[in-house]
Design a protein around this ligand. Structure first.
Ligand SMILES: *Cc1c(COP(=O)(O)O)cnc(C)c1O
Length: 416
């Protein structure tokens, strides 16, 4: 595609070549990808996108890769579910769930960012791929590396859910469990990245990696029939996903795919790790780092790299932020499962819990077209709900035993 112009510092604007670098050497600001939007505008159209592959790569014109070989060929184009039952329960006329619990191959939105990162890493000549992860990122890096035949190192905190640990080991990367939380893991990885010539997807490859999140905005708009939603609710860890959805919506306008962006961006965190939402609610444009303590481990970043930019994007959009307790996270997971048949991980419980709060406050209104981003699969965080779902009815293998348990009339319904 080669629509990338340069990397550019988000603070001072200094430009760099599109290599594996992520901080400005002048002011230490983060680098991001700069595109040639004029050229993209001439090349892109709704029809071209619709005729493209059934994956994130239908938006390759807006992604920071040269192509035409794409690793992670199946990420993206997950269902946008019209959530009639949950909408009715909450009092919303038009609610959608963007369902990344079924993203390919590792059941979280991270497959989008990793597909982009590993494709770019390969283009830049790397043979080893690595990451500092809160769980889902490691799973995705491990799976993509296996499929690409690349060596992998994934670094995880010491207290991850069993399925997320196993979801690394099965692909046989080097799994490094660090005795500490994500912020410790990330600090260590920044040091290691300086020592070894590896592609750390969320460190030296971060400018490319982060762009993969924009595809959640593109798909939402396309799946809504080229409309932008009025309200979106987005879970936040580093805050990158939120900022990139905001960027993606505006790019669609810049390249002429839509006329206007009227979306309010709402950020969601868990109370036990809510540096960004806390700053927003106290009217500050900077956050104070915290020590995370929540069951929403995929969002447990106490010192969020994009927290400042997430606050900025939310304010620009006239959106909001909020946080929920761990009990509300569990209730949110159950509510989504029991109304829409979608089993989300803890991050999904955070999103649904905050959605519910924003509707109650009147921040999100009945007639607002609303999209909630459900970014990970509940089978990976079973520990969070195991004590909140009851037990099966255990019976003998006999009709009598069944009838004794379920007092169902001959033609009637009724639960035990
Ligand atoms: C990583 C992650 C997020 C948010 O990531 P950001 O760091 O804010 O981009 C949200 N949900 C899930 C399930 C995740 O794994």
């Amino acid at each position: 595609m080669a629509t990338m112009k340069a990397l550019v510092c988000r603070e001072c604007g200094k430009e760099y070549p599109t290599k594996a670098i992520h901080v400005c050497e002048m002011c230490f600001g983060p680098l991001e990808v700069k595109y040639n939007y004029e050229e993209i505008k001439r090349n892109i159209s709704r029809k071209k996108i619709q005729d493209g592959p059934d994956s994130i790569w239908r938006y390759a014109d807006l992604l920071p890769v040269q192509g035409p070989t794409y690793l992670g060929p199946h990420a993206g184009m997950t269902p946008l579910v019209r959530a009639k039952n949950l909408g009715a329960f909450l009092g919303l006329d038009e609610l959608y769930i963007k369902n990344d619990t079924v993203n390919h191959p590792t059941l979280s939105f991270k497959d989008r960012v990793v597909a982009v990162a590993i494709t770019r890493a390969r283009e830049l000549g790397f043979e080893t791929i690595a990451c500092a992860s809160t769980g889902n990122l490691a799973n995705s890096v491990a799976a993509h590396a296996a499929a690409a035949g690349m060596r992998a190192y994934v670094f995880i905190p010491g207290d991850l859910e069993a399925a997320k640990v196993l979801g690394n080991l099965i692909y046989k990367p080097n799994v490094v469990e660090v005795e500490g939380n994500y912020d410790d893991v990330n600090r260590l990885c920044s040091e290691i990245a300086g020592e070894h010539g590896w592609a750390f997807v969320n460190i030296n490859i971060r400018p490319y990696y982060a762009e993969g999140s924009k595809t959640l905005a593109y798909e939402t708009v396309e799946q809504l029939g080229w409309r932008t939603p009025d309200q979106v609710v987005i879970p936040m860890a580093s805050g990158s996903l939120l900022t990139k959805i905001w960027k993606g919506l505006h790019e669609m306008k810049t390249v002429g795919l839509i006329d206007d962006v009227k979306t309010k961006i709402n950020g969601a965190q868990a109370e036990g790790c809510s540096p960004i939402s806390t700053a927003f609610k106290s009217g500050r444009d900077f956050f104070k780092p915290v020590k995370p303590k929540t069951i929403a481990k995929s969002l447990a970043i106490g010192n969020p790299a994009d927290g400042y930019y997430a606050l900025k994007a939310t304010a620009e959009s006239k959106g909001s932020m909020d946080m929920v307790s761990d009990d509300e996270v569990v209730e949110g997971i159950k509510l989504l499962a029991q109304t829409e048949g979608i089993f989300a991980e803890t991050a999904g419980g955070v999103t649904i819990g905050v959605l519910q709060k924003l509707v109650k406050q009147g921040t999100i209104k009945k007639s607002d077209v609303t999209v909630a981003y459900i970014t990970g699969n509940g089978l990976k965080t079973q520990e969070a709900v195991i004590d909140a779902v009851g037990r099966p009815h255990r019976i003998q293998p006999s009709l009598v035993s069944f009838e004794q348990t379920f007092k169902v009339g001959k033609h009637g319904g009724g639960d035990a």
